[in-house]
Design a protein around this ligand. Structure first.
Ligand SMILES: [Zn+2]
Length: 118
């Protein structure tokens, strides 16, 4: 992991506000590391601009609080919602991500962020 940290992938305003524990278990930590090494770090290097993680790992309680899907890949640390901060940047990022390994790649919030899962 070069450009992303576990802290960044587990940070959540909702968890903080509602005092929800969002500590990843070992499986989620392994999956997050794989997601960063295989997808996020290579995407960051190709994009050449910062990529912000809006949401990475979510504990069951946090996933419920944010209205995530019951079988969401966020629950196992396999997914991240990422953004460059602009729609144009996100269009480029989507093109980059589409050429990297993934099992889910979803344009969300009218392009405000991209959901990618491995
Ligand atoms: Zn997502």
């Amino acid at each position: 992991m070069k450009h992303f940290s576990t802290e960044e992938l587990t940070a959540s305003e909702t968890a903080k506000r509602l005092n929800i524990d969002n500590t990843p278990d070992d499986e989620a930590t392994v999956n997050m590391t794989r997601l960063v090494n295989t997808v996020l770090d290579p995407a960051r290097e190709k994009a050449g601009c910062p990529i912000k993680v809006n949401s990475g790992y979510r504990s069951k309680e946090l996933n419920k609080a944010v209205g995530g899907a019951q079988n969401s890949y966020h629950l196992t640390g396999r997914a991240a919602d990422v953004t460059t901060g602009t729609i144009i940047g996100n269009r480029r990022l989507l093109a980059i991500l589409s050429r990297l390994p993934h099992t889910e790649l979803i344009w969300e919030g009218n392009g405000k962020w991209i959901h990618v899962a491995l």
